[in-house]
Design a protein around this ligand. Structure first.
Ligand code: FAD
Length: 366
């Protein structure tokens, strides 16, 4: 995998070693597109354990499914932070460790060699729950190339994923902007629910280097709509380019279950709207159905067409913003905060320069 000039990782074939077997073409989920599928049924649901629900982004359904798999002797794959606050895929067979995977991390997770590890478990007849974005599930399915009775795949409804290097840049700058000290990150939550689920915060805990951890813990929390990283994410500026034409949405990922936020719950199902987090669960297969029926949770069936009105990301890719390319170019030169400021400013002169750049870029086919 090689970073291109935008810092995005792509596979590159080493032609000196290639034996032209074309396995990479057969295993590519972008080249081997699947048909759209629609869920058998859709439910609104949440975990009855309020502590787990608070730690989760939506209704805490991921943890319910994962606990069941581990209790049956299986392993669970998901996305976690590593020591450097990169997001990576990993696995566990321990319920305590599920906290690693709980909560959405709005960064592209590095899949590493998780597909081949999952295959090893599957071939040994161990139950495997593989969770991730639709494209990651689609990649796993294509890599495995056959059905396994002991595999259950669960993806998240996905807005798109930002580039890891933009995330690392944001972390480095944010630390400098907020604290004029030698400080490290101690905890990061993209979906802190202290102010409720709908108006969630992004919360970071920091510890001053060289001090006893309990002495010097600093906290910074702000609503997602005031946070610069979330602004770039939700305006699609920091997304990787493949997210603008996702091949795995609309059931094409091959997952058994899809989970997401039940946006619109206040209109559709007021009795589930306590602002502590509610999930939407889409069931695509008999295996998924069996799993959902076995879970002890608060749930009620809702119409797919209703939830789609509030969550178009289930079926459609988000739009590439006009200034996406410009944001990436500016980010490479000026880094994250300055690039975002130029893209978002209402200053007339900068707006004219921005527009002129776009017109020239279009004219020159860039
Ligand atoms: C990048 C991203 C974009 C999303 N966009 C939407 C959206 O537009 N609409 C919507 O309704 N829901 C979206 N979600 C899903 C939503 O935020 C919740 O993750 C989902 O509802 C599950 O919540 P939960 O409470 O059941 O479990 P949680 O404990 O909150 O979810 C944990 C699950 O998310 C997975 N996960 C976390 N971060 C990543 C990551 N970076 N890459 C891959 N998997 C990850 C974990 O592996 C685990 O399976 C998105 C999630 C991610 C990660």
């Amino acid at each position: 995998m090689v970073h291109d000039f935008d810092g995005i990782l792509y596979p590159r074939i080493d032609t000196t070693k290639c034996i032209n077997c074309k396995v990479c073409i057969k295993a590519c989920s972008v080249l081997n597109k699947k048909e759209s599928r629609f869920p058998y049924y859709t439910i609104a649901a949440f975990n009855k354990n309020n502590n787990i629900r608070k730690e989760s982004s939506s209704g805490g359904i991921f943890t319910l499914v994962a606990e069941k798999i581990i209790n049956e002797g299986g392993v669970v794959f998901g996305a976690r932070f590593n020591n450097n606050w990169d997001v990576i895929h990993d696995y566990t067979d321990n319920i305590e460790n599920l906290q690693w995977f709980r909560g959405s991390k709005y960064v592209q997770s590095c899949i590493g060699n998780c597909y081949s590890i999952a295959k090893t478990f599957l071939d040994k007849n161990k139950k495997v729950l593989f969770t991730g974005t639709p494209c990651q599930i689609s990649g796993l399915r294509q890599y495995l190339g056959k059905e396994y009775d002991n595999l259950i795949c669960m993806d998240v409804i996905c807005h798109g994923v930002p580039n890891q290097l933009v995330w690392q840049d944001y972390l480095r700058e944010q630390k400098q902007i907020l604290w004029n000290k030698d400080i490290s990150y101690r905890d990061i939550s993209f979906r802190n629910k202290d102010n409720g689920w709908k108006g969630y915060n992004i919360r970071m805990l920091y510890v001053q280097n060289g001090y006893n951890v309990s002495d010097k813990v600093y906290s910074h929390s702000e609503p997602f709509y005031n946070n610069t990283y979330m602004t770039a994410f939700l305006n699609n500026l920091s997304l990787i380019p493949s997210c603008f034409s996702c091949h795995a949405k609309c059931g094409k990922s091959g997952s058994d279950i899809t989970i997401g936020d039940f946006w619109g719950v206040d209109e559709i199902l007021q009795e589930f709207d306590d602002d502590k987090g509610c999930s939407i669960v889409l069931c695509y297969t008999e295996k998924g159905n069996k799993m959902i029926e076995s879970l002890k949770m608060q749930c009620k069936e809702v119409l797919y067409s209703e939830i789609l009105k509030h969550n178009m990301c289930i079926e459609q890719s988000v739009e590439r913003p006009l200034y996406w390319g410009l944001f990436y170019k500016l980010w490479i030169i000026l880094r994250f905060h300055k690039a975002l400021k130029i893209i978002r400013t209402r200053n007339l002169v900068i707006r004219i320069v921005r527009r002129t750049y776009i017109l020239l870029a279009c004219k020159n086919g860039i």
